[in-house]
Write a protein that binds this ligand. Structure first.
Ligand SMILES: Nc1ncnc2c1ncn2[C@@H]1O[C@H](COP(=O)(O)OP(=O)(O)OP(=O)(O)O)[C@@H](O)[C@H]1O
Ligand SMILES: [Mg+2]
Length: 1011
């Protein structure tokens, strides 16, 4: 087989080109897709009995009628009859192409099949319906189309159904619940299943329901300008008595129908008529019949309504005949009748025709609409069409006539999405809501469905099946060449270099990408780079690729990335996925082991680098993944275990850290890596619990750490030495010794600098410590300027330093803090880290210092969610202590108390000083605000008992202020003044402007107080 890319001849059956690695076409494999389909089994009951007393010829006639009766609804609803097993017919909805409403089609067909069989007498159908992922091949006659558990479940449901009954599986029910009614049936036991199957007895389906749940009942969010355009068009239609056309375009779920539905509310004196175009089924002018039918709502007779609406018009009877429901007429008759009717109505009053989903409209229908608009004078007719972006491509001249406007609906912004979620799922906790806002990317439908999924208690943020079905249907509707491009791109990532896709497919893809851009599935980001219009779209495209094929493609992408400077993280990620997929498919072998180990090494290197650049969360994720892939017992595994603890100091759960360090030290020793072993030991010292039988005293911990450091200084491993110094600093800092921590950090910076290592962690430790330490703000700022001169050419360090300067500026009371943070943000953006962890926490810290409590409260939920998800208890406890302070100061006392309690409960070694101080401070402030001076004094004393064991100046000053206020409230003016003076002294020496002012103000009020 010749390689399509380089022309090299390859042995038959080769899957990759020996010369360039391109995938060689394997028609079988390539045409296999994973998809979500709905499977329907329909069996006939009574046939054996019937057969025993019937003549075989009669019997054959009955069965033939049975199959005809059940086949027809399947096909009319766009399903495929796959085969007949015994007496049972198997139909699949979603083959050859997926429709976004396959599940609904299937249940509609099921009911119609049941009723059709009932009409035959003597026999009854029993039907099982279920939805799931299957592996499907292109239709080859006689061959099974689908394989997957969904098929077995549908069969089982059918067997369990009573005669005349339709049982629907859980997955299907979730997709049709908005439209179907029925009741929960007894669970169905199934072989090989741990739990019995959930089954619903289907009773009916709402005829008007669309593919999935949409809520037009909730308040409208945003879209003011778009509504103005609609209103303007309607007013102009009325004033000029000429037809106007508004075409509303946008992605699925973006809110086209919602906007169009507002037409009804614009004016009371407008007749609004609706028509929907559908993906298949029915005649092409059906939407026009629907529009016409709108003039006779409810049970009214359409013919009568038409005659009434066209008084004295000689054509009225013919129009009525042309539009009669169920009538058999040709398209020209329908077109003529509908045009006449709408024209007459629009001549007499104002008419708005809303024609939905015109991307599915037939050309004939669109021609009719254009003609209707063209006949202009004396008609107050507004036509509002909704359609997806591909419509513009299909019918480029649409809307180019006079009095036509197009509205392209863009995403909602984050605040609007938040509002929408608060209407749709009011009980959703804020952190979940933030996640949904993020994942929905401004698409209202996605936001609603994701929020509903979470509100139902779903834990993970996976793709809701309703949305997956919607998105995969769009992808499946693409021509083959474009679908291939989308698939290869989905492997590369949400954002992808065009070249990577070309390398994988071995051909240019510009033409396809242009068309995909026209459909707004893909959008350009930078020269030669594109991205999926929505992250969920990439996920859906990915889900369509069979796993085996995914494994091959990931490996190809890894090789391409490696050749093109893709970096360790990227190469390791793709190789790692390839290896894991192979394992999952039971294809473990030399090849899988080799690429797994290579992936692990690359991810280890990337994790180290991320750590050195000061990105602990990223580093932790990379290193965890590396550990999953690296071979057991080797030096790389030892290094990864130790690096993981070092990078994830505040992120990796306590027990896991202990375990990793123990095994890491052993494995390092077994491989003769003394530096690594010592580093593990130092980290182990920093991880020791403060209680328990084997507890070391603080002094012992420090002594042992220093001894290990002394030996490390002799081993030539500057990374181990520098990071161990940081551990020492961390230990000091967590014990409340900020000054000692700055000393250790400075030493670490020097060691790292000498070894030409990026030492962001050391700089970060220094900054955190120096802000709290007794070092004055002015001196700290000067020191930072020095560091900036020496280390500032490294962007990651520069960003850290700018963040440190920003915090110091706030302390100084200057107004350049936020500008400095913006500088840091720009640097991070250039580094490709738009939401770096340290930036987010720095911003929160600045808000807290600046007294912007609401900003702290708003920023915290996603931060906490992330920390909790990663099991970063100590860090989460510290963040909760900040949050509690903000809540107390914002007046949300109940929340403050709850958060403070959670912070104290979550405290582990390595944060108890800060958490203990701040959480108690928050409690004191909350009690004070509540007017409970005694409780406030008690909490303030608790806070002081912690804070005064260390040298953290800002916290100690705040605690003293809180004590002073508590004493003041209980009438002890002298005691209060003493505490306030203490606070003033600390704040002044630090150079903390706001703290100084607060202490001074308190002292003034105390001086003015009677007694
Ligand atoms: N501005 C909005 N305010 C409140 N809800 C909205 C808004 N826009 C959309 N929604 C809601 O989001 C969901 C999806 O919107 P809608 O059905 O209008 O999307 P669509 O663009 O018509 O999608 P499709 O192309 O699939 O038909 C609906 O439940 C709708 O009520
Ligand atoms: Mg719509």
């Amino acid at each position: 087989m010749d390689c399509p890319r380089c022309g090299r001849e390859n042995p038959a059956g080769a899957r990759f080109c020996n010369a360039c690695g391109t995938v060689l076409a394997d028609p079988g494999a390539a045409r296999e897709v994973r998809k979500t389909v709905t499977v329907l089994f329909c069996d006939v009951v009574g046939s054996t009995e019937l057969a025993s007393r019937s003549d075989p010829e009669v019997m054959r006639g009955v069965m033939a009628r049975f199959y005809a009766a059940i086949r027809e609804p399947v096909e009319r609803h766009g399903g495929t009859v796959e085969k007949v097993i015994g007496d049972a017919l198997v139909a699949v909805f979603g083959i050859p192409v997926v429709h976004e409403d396959d599940a609904l089609r299937a249940v509609r067909a099921a009911l119609e099949m049941r009723d059709a069989v009932r009409g035959l007498g003597e026999i009854q159908a029993r039907i099982g319906v279920n939805t799931g992922d299957v592996l499907a091949r292109d239709a080859t006659p006689g061959e099974s189309l689908v394989v997957g558990d969904a098929v077995n479940v549908a069969a089982r449901l059918e067997q369990a159904a009573a005669p005349g009954e339709v049982l629907v599986g859980e997955a299907t029910w979730a997709l049709v619940a908005h439209a179907a009614h029925g009741e929960l049936a007894p669970p169905v036991a199934a072989k090989g299943k741990a739990r019995p199957l959930v089954a619903w007895r289907l009773e009916g389906v709402d005829a008007a329901a669309r593919g999935h749940r949409r809520r037009l009942d909730l308040p409208m969010v945003g879209r003011d300008a778009e509504l103005d355009m609609l209103r303007w068009s309607l007013e102009r239609t009325i004033r000029l008595e000429r037809p106007h056309l508004v075409t509303v375009l946008g992605q699925p779920g973006i809110g086209k129908s919602r906007l169009a539905s507002e037409v009804r509310r614009l004016r009371a004196d407008v007749t609004v008529l609706h028509g929907h175009c559908r993906a298949t089924t029915g005649s092409s002018l059906e939407p026009l019949l629907e529009v016409a039918g709108g003039i006779a709502p409810g049970d009214r007779d359409l013919g009568e309504a038409i005659v009434e609406a066209m008084p004295g018009d000689g054509d009225a009877a013919a129009v009525a005949a042309g539009l009669a429901p169920g009538g058999a007429r040709g398209a020209p008759d329908i077109a003529w009748a509908a045009s006449r009717l709408i024209g007459t109505l629009a001549g007499a009053g104002t008419v708005a025709v809303v024609l939905e989903d015109v991307h599915w409209a037939d050309d004939l229908l669109l021609d009719v609409v254009e003609q209707l608009l063209g006949r202009s004078r004396g008609r107050a007719l507004l036509v509002v069409c909704t359609g997806r972006p591909e419509f513009a491509e299909r019918r480029p001249t649409w809307g180019s006539g006079a009095n036509a406007v197009s509205i392209l609906l863009e995403r909602l912004d984050a605040d609007q999405t938040r509002t929408l979620i608060s209407h749709a799922s009011p009980s959703l906790p804020p952190d979940r809501a933030e996640y949904v806002i993020d994942a929905a990317e401004g698409n209202p439908l996605f936001a609603e469905h994701l929020a509903a999924l979470f509100a139902e208690g779903e834990a993970s943020g996976g793709l809701p099946r309703s949305i997956q079905v919607l998105l995969t249907a769009r992808i499946e509707a693409l021509p083959e060449a474009e679908r291939e491009v989308v698939g290869a791109a989905a492997i590369v990532g949400r954002e992808f270099p065009v070249q990577a896709v070309e390398a994988v497919l071995g051909r240019p893809v510009d033409a396809e990408l242009d068309r995909l851009e026209g459909r707004e599935l893909i959008e350009p980001t930078a020269p030669a780079r594109r991205q999926f219009g929505h992250a969920l779209l990439q996920e859906a495209a990915y889900s369509l690729i069979p796993k085996r094929h995914r494994a091959e493609l990931h490996e190809l992408v890894a090789r391409w990335a490696d050749r093109n400077g893709g970096g360790d993280a990227l190469v390791g990620d793709h190789l790692g996925r390839a290896a894991s997929l192979r394992l999952e498919l039971g294809l473990a072998g030399d090849h899988a082991a080799r690429i797994g180990a290579e992936a692990g090494r690359r991810l280890l290197a990337a994790g180290r680098r991320a750590d050195a650049l000061g990105d602990p969360l990223r580093a932790t994720r990379l290193l965890r993944r590396a550990l999953e892939l690296l071979p057991e017992g080797g030096p790389d595994q030892a290094a990864a275990m130790v690096e993981l603890v070092a990078a994830g100091w505040n992120v990796v759960p306590f027990d896991e850290r202990l375990d990793l360090l123990e095994r890491g030290a052993e494995t390092a020793a077994a491989n003769g890596l003394r530096g690594l072993e010592l580093r593990a030991r130092v980290l182990r010292l920093g991880t020791l619990p403060e209680t328990g039988p084997s507890a070391l005293t603080e002094e012992e911990i420090l002594a042992q750490t220093k001894a290990a450091l002394a030996e490390l200084e002799q081993v030539d491993d500057p990374r181990a030495f520098a990071t161990s110094l940081c551990t020492l600093g961390d230990i000091e800092l967590s014990l409340g010794r900020a000054a000692a921590a700055t000393t250790a950090a400075r030493r670490a910076i020097r060691v790292a600098q000498a070894a030409d290592e990026d030492a962001v962690w050391a700089v970060k430790l220094f900054l955190y410590a120096v802000i709290e330490s007794p070092t004055g703000v002015a001196e700290a700022e000067q020191f930072l300027r020095g560091l900036l001169r020496e280390l500032g050419m490294r962007p990651a360090v520069r960003s850290q330093l700018a963040q440190g300067q920003a915090v110091l500026a706030i302390l100084r009371g200057g107004d350049d803090g936020w500008r400095l943070l913006e500088t840091a943000r720009e640097i991070e953006r250039d580094l490709g880290r738009s939401t770096s962890w340290s930036l987010r926490t720095t911003a929160v810290r600045m808000h807290l210092l600046a007294g912007e409590h609401d900003a702290v409260i708003r920023a915290m939920p996603p931060i906490l969610a992330e920390l909790d998800r990663d099991g970063a208890d100590a860090n989460a406890a510290v963040m909760r202590s900040w949050l509690a302070v903000a809540q107390a100061r914002a007046g949300d006392l109940a929340a403050a108390r709850e958060t403070a309690a959670a912070a104290l409960a979550g405290t582990t070694y390595g944060g108890s000083y800060e958490t203990g101080g701040r959480a108690n401070l928050a409690l004191a402030e909350a009690h004070l605000a509540d007017g409970d001076a005694r409780a406030a004094a008690r909490a303030a004393r608790d806070a002081a008992a912690v804070a005064e064991t260390g040298d953290w100046v800002l916290m100690r000053a705040e605690v003293r202020l809180a004590r002073a206020r508590a004493l003041q409230a209980s009438g002890d003016t002298a005691g209060a003044a003493a505490q306030a003076r203490g606070a003033l002294e600390l704040s002044r020496a630090k150079g903390h402007a706001a703290g100084t002012a607060a202490a001074e103000a308190l002292l003034r009020s105390l001086a003015g107080a009677p007694g």
